[in-house]
Design a protein. Structure first.
Lengths: 512, 333, 320
């Protein structure tokens, strides 16, 4: 009997960021020649775990053994030399350089002290041929599509004698047929004895290519199972921290509390399509309701929101606002009609860090506060004071820089940025992400109150209870398609999860 | 909380860390005050009306250009074409008031048009910069490099590369005239500085410039017409350059399109940098730029007045820029 | 047809350069005459040297504003040392340039100061030092020591400055295409974070290109002194931006990551030729085209290149 020695074993990994635990005794074990899925919601700790493995972060506690030896890599480069290569979500190659160079940078083949291009080209071709990729390796990388670029990443990893290849959401920007090719390559790698850690949110792909799965939640590794032994629904329930039996029981009971929605439909989006992320998304929001938009990461929720707001242009599909067909060419067109949008990433797309609370709060309304371009500062202060008080924004004063505020208070400022405009429709992308419990409850109550006062809200959230308890109706996106529209009476954790996992609602919910 | 993505270079004594925020806010002002005190003690005849006027006159055109530059930098860009745009306005104006293009019935009409049209033309060229940068997503350095090169040629083509000499007091009062003993160009400078500072503080336009420089994506999502604002900012930089060009020729009684505004882009950027505005955008103070320009000017004056050659002032200026930028970096991270 | 398009895309500058030469040869009598060719090459060699250094800097995604005043300062130093002979003059000028380059490199890689600002300071410092050393005057070189040969002499009937430039471009091309250093330069410019993750020595690469650019500017300064018989502290104004323009016209992306040494040379020659042709045009006496047309034409070339490049950049962004 052969003793079972894993290729990689991470055990009891702890990691804190300025006192906030990101990993709590997390573990991961990968066998040789295995494709292992690593899944979890946002903030579950997947990336942190991987960054610790590849030396981008240092662990606080725990042990890592690789090929039977205890290791601690100090940089991604060291991990690469040690046999662990990572293929990142945004491809970490150099688009302008040739395919060959991207494979050989940092490991040049030389003859007489000069680069031996013919040898490197040959080897690059040979490496790619293993994956049935036959391309001109002398061309710059950007000449090829994302799938080929992924292959080049993989070829680079293989050429660096990697034993373990980590793929961080490799399929997020691939078209369906490209995913097929990638899956073929992954199987090939497994056949050649490589191990692969596969991070993805697309369940179908996990089942297509992975042997086992480790589920992370709240910084812990909560389950490891063979893919064959766990159903999609169980997997989703584990990710979200729900007990399937309880869910099924609760799923039968309808939610209480009346919907306040009026009959007036504010916005209808139909058949939206853009790139590879959004394929066929439809939804509608009525005045006075919270419409939830649910879906796993990468299902196209944010992209749909951006299309509705005019931040991106759809390739196909129609949007009707207040009964009239509209085509918002840029956000300001949507804003003029009474739409607001709080984006998912506060830092990158929300706050202007060096500006004050006052300036951030009134950024969108500024043109309306002005007479011939001059800001009416009295009115501005009035609005700021009003909303700081109304939303309970904790700040030392309106002149404080917004970057000095806590996440929850920053979010309130951004909400106020739109609320002061008296919008008709508010699109909220992950309104409570990264906000502590107290702040969260505040913001949720606020959203409810807004809807009750007649505002239409489209709320995107990864947190199941937020969508379920908060929404009057729920749309479920899966792989860029709207797969279910659940009215209040049909909204249940089971129904939503089933739609997320399998693309159709069960008997509990109507098929959308 | 601001988190630095790079290790800070070198260890710094605790006192420097504590002084940091204070230095970033009042450092330039303190430096200016120290320079003045030093001169009062050392330089003979410093505390005179004349000294003040000399220094302000010499710094006026650079400050006017630097104000436009500050707005451009606040929006996250840069403008290398300012010197050439100065030359364009400078070459055109005398042709107008000397009746070389059309004959005006009255000198005053000619002079009035000579004030307006060249400045507007420089503004139009600035708008072209903005159009190129927003329409083709060209980096501002390259986008404005085109007019840096071609602009001077355009200016020279107006006068066929010849120097135009004139004596037209009606026009030249902007360079030579005085109001209550204060040179007119200094008054123009002050007006432009105050106006720009007011725009940045009190108008929608000003706040939107800063928002674009601070976070372009957030600004766009908040309904700021990013492209239009950027185009306007470059146009304003062009207008400022045009005004500065007119002052220079009025002072010199001659328009030499080969020389007007030569190298002023770097002087203006230096003033912005010494004033403490980071070149990364989002934060800007027109008064800081004014102080930056005054410091550079006063250092030069101090060295000259005390027998140090002008060239040494360049080296000191280099040191000042590095010191100012380095201090800002330390505080920002 | 397809072939022609391909050629135009990959060797656009070269094609335009050749067309311009053809135009000149057909239109002007002495355009291809020995005198015109040799003096053209002699004069443009120093710009070629500066553009070569700038090309490497730009390929890393950086910029060097100090080259013009560094050349001026080096010309002064070379002029002072010229009585001791050719080699001491050459070494002194080159070393002075290298020193400015190293200073820039330290500011950029150690103090993390933006290249634009760091080299702006380098420019002022070099300019001031040159003026100080020369007391604001031109410094005549020694004509007895053989120093001027490096600017005015010929070898095998060909100007020495042109030989130097050819040598520099051959070495530069070799380094870019056949040494890991060159590939690292392009990788750093093509994606600094990716290059770091790939384990490339990013800071060392950046340090080297700025030092190299200073060295090239120093050599150009030696040329300036030797060709015109004097160290000229006030020369070099605007050279930095013109050399950036030649590099960009040569198809090197200012954002870094793409570049060609050969095309940079074509860029330098192309922009130089605009001036040369204007001279001939005026010589014909039909129309009088003043020197300002060269600025306008140069700007127009740059505009065209920039617009073409922005299309390329958009294509990359779409595929990335």
């Amino acid at each position: 009997m052969i003793e079972h020695v894993p290729l990689l074993a991470m055990e009891g990994i702890d990691k804190q960021f300025s006192g906030v635990p990101a990993l709590v005794g997390a573990s991961l074990s990968i066998d040789p020649g295995e494709v292992h899925a690593l899944v979890g919601q946002n903030g579950a700790g997947k990336s942190t775990l991987i960054k610790i493995l590849t030396g981008a972060y240092r662990k606080d506690a725990g042990m890592i053994s690789f090929t039977g030896k205890s290791v601690e890599f100090t940089s991604p480069e060291a991990a690469q030399r040690g046999g662990i290569s990572t293929i990142y979500q945004e491809i970490n190659l150099i688009p302008f350089r040739s395919v060959t160079e991207n494979i050989f940078l940092g490991r040049a083949l030389k003859r007489y002290g000069l680069l031996n291009w013919s040898k490197m080209n040959e080897e690059a071709e040979a490496l790619l041929r293993r994956f049935d990729v036959k391309i001109d390796v002398r061309q710059p990388l950007f000449a090829y599509n994302t799938a080929i670029q992924q292959m080049v990443s993989i070829a680079r990893a293989v050429s660096f004698q990697a034993k373990l290849v980590i793929m961080d959401e490799p399929t997020s920007s691939l078209a369906d047929h490209e995913v097929e090719v990638l899956n073929g390559v992954i199987r090939q790698l497994r056949g050649d004895g490589f191990s692969v850690v596969f991070v993805s949110h697309k369940l179908d792909e996990l089942y297509a290519v992975c042997d086992r799965v480790t589920v992370m939640r709240d910084g812990r590794s909560v389950a490891t199972a063979r893919m064959a032994d766990i159903s999609k629904l169980e997997l989703v329930a584990t990710m979200l921290g729900r007990d399937l039996q309880t869910v099924k029981r609760e799923g039968q009971t309808a939610f209480h509390g009346a919907g306040h929605a009026s009959d007036r439909t504010l916005i209808v989006a139909e058949g939206l399509r853009v790139g590879t992320r959004v394929k066929d998304a439809s939804l509608s929001v009525r005045a006075g309701e919270i419409a939830g938009l649910a879906g796993l990461l990468g299902s196209g929720r944010t992209e749909v929101a951006r299309l509705i707001f005019g931040a991106d242009q759809p390739d196909a599909g129609t949007i009707t606002f207040d009964g009239k067909p509209v085509a918002f060419r840029q956000p300001i067109d949507a804003i003029a009609m009474g739409v607001g949008f709080c984006s998912e990433d506060r830092k990158v797309e929300g706050i202007v860090p060096d500006m004050s609370v006052r300036e951030n709060l009134t950024l969108a309304i500024l043109p309306r506060l002005a007479r011939s371009g001059i800001i009416d500062e009295a009115r501005q202060s009035e609005i700021v004071d009003d909303f700081v008080a109304k939303l309970g924004i904790k700040t030392t004063g309106p002149e404080q820089k917004i970057r000095e505020l806590s996440g929850g208070n920053q979010q309130k400022v951004l909400l106020a940025r739109w609320l002061c405009m008296n919008p008709k429709l508010l699109i909220l992308d992950e309104p409570t992400r990264g906000i502590d419990v107290g702040g969260k409850a505040d913001i949720q109550a606020l959203i409810r109150a807004l809807a009750d006062s007649g505002l239409g809200v489209l709320m995107i959230s990864s947190e199941l209870e937020e969508v379920i308890e908060g929404s009057d109706r729920v749309f479920v996106l899966r792989d860029g398609r709207t797969v279910a529209e659940l009215p209040r009476s049909a909204v249940s954790e089971l129904a939503v999860m089933t739609a997320m996992a399998q693309g159709e609602a069960t008997a509990d919910g109507r098929v959308g | 909380m601001a988190v630095s993505d790079r290790p800070t270079a070198g260890a710094v004594p605790a006192i420097a860390t504590e002084l940091g925020p204070w230095l970033s806010r009042y450092g330039t002002l303190a430096a200016l005050a120290l320079l003045i005190l030093f001169n009062l003690a050392v330089t003979r005849n410093f505390a005179t009306w004349q000294t003040l006027n000399i220094n302000l006159t010499q710094v006026a055109t650079i400050v006017i250009v630097a104000v436009g530059m500050t707005l451009v930098i606040a929006s996250g860009g840069i403008d290398l074409s300012v010197g050439s745009l100065m030359a364009i306005a400078a070459a055109l104006a005398p042709l107008i008031f000397l009746n070389r293009i059309v004959t005006f019935p009255s000198l005053y009409l000619g002079v009035a048009i000579a004030f307006v049209v060249p400045v507007l033309l420089a503004g139009l060229f600035g708008l072209f910069n903005g159009w190129l940068i927003t329409r083709y997503r060209v980096q501002p350095i390259v986008g404005t490099l085109i007019l840096f090169i071609a602009g001077r040629g355009i200016a020279q083509s107006f006068t066929d590369s010849n120097q135009v000499i004139f004596s037209t007091p009606e026009f030249q009062f902007i360079g030579l005239g005085r109001f209550f003993g204060i040179p007119v160009q200094v008054i123009i400078m002050v007006v432009i500085v105050v106006l720009a500072a007011w725009v940045l503080r009190r108008t929608v336009f000003g706040k939107q410039i800063l928002a674009i420089g601070g976070n372009e994506a957030a600004a766009r999502l908040s309904g700021v017409r990013v492209d239009r604002i950027k185009q306007l900012v470059y146009a304003i930089s062009g207008l400022c350059s045009g005004i500065a060009g007119l002052i220079v020729i009025a002072r010199n009684s001659a328009a030499d399109s080969n020389l007007v505004g030569l190298g002023v882009e770097l002087d203006a950027i230096a003033a912005v940098a010494v004033g403490g505005t980071l070149l990364t955008g989002g934060r800007a103070s027109v008064f800081a730029t004014l102080i930056g320009a005054l410091i550079i000017q006063l250092v030069r004056f101090t060295l000259l007045a005390n027998g140090v050659p002008d060239a040494a002032a360049l080296v000191v200026k280099a040191g000042l820029i590095i010191l100012a930028v380095w201090l800002q970096r330390r505080v920002a991270t | 047809m397809n072939f022609a398009m391909q050629l135009l895309r990959s060797q656009g500058v070269l094609v335009v350069l050749l067309l311009l030469i053809l135009f000149g040869a057909l239109r002007y009598d002495h355009f291809l005459g020995q005198f015109n060719i040799l003096s053209f090459l002699r004069y443009n060699a120093m710009f070629a040297l500066i553009a070569l250094g700038m090309c490497f800097v730009i390929m890393t995604g950086g910029i060097d504003l100090s080259v013009g005043s560094t050349a001026a300062m080096s010309s002064v130093i070379a002029a002072y040392v010229s009585p001791y002979g050719l080699l001491p003059g050459l070494v002194a000028g080159a070393a002075a340039g290298l020193a400015v380059g190293v200073l820039n490199a330290i500011l950029i890689t150690r103090l993390n100061i933006l290249p634009f600002i760091a080299t702006l300071a380098g420019m002022l410092a070099a300019s001031g030092t040159g003026l100080l050393l020369a007391h604001n005057e031109s410094i005549g070189v020694s004509y007895d020591s053989g120093f001027t040969d490096i600017g005015q002499g010929d070898v095998l009937g060909f100007p020495i400055p042109a030989w130097l430039a050819i040598l520099a471009y051959l070495l530069g091309s070799l380094a870019l295409n056949y040494l890991p250093f060159g590939r690292n330069v392009l990788a750093v410019g093509g994606g600094e974070d990716a290059a770091r993750l790939m384990g490339l020595p990013v800071d060392r690469v950046k340090f080297t290109v700025y030092a190299l650019s200073g060295l090239m500017a120093g050599l150009a300064g030696v040329q300036l002194a030797a060709q015109f018989g004097a160290g000229q502290p006030t020369e070099g104004v605007g050279w930095e931006l013109f050399s950036i323009a030649s590099v960009v016209v040569g198809g090197t992306l200012l954002t870094g990551g793409v570049g060609s040494v050969g095309a940079t040379l074509s860029g330098v020659l192309l922009l130089g030729l605009v001036f040369n042709i204007l001279n001939f045009e005026n010589g014909m006496g039909l129309v009088s085209l003043r020197a300002h047309w060269q600025s306008i034409l140069r700007g127009a070339f740059l505009l065209i290149v920039v617009i073409i490049q922005s299309r390329l950049a958009l294509r990359v962004r779409r595929n990335a």
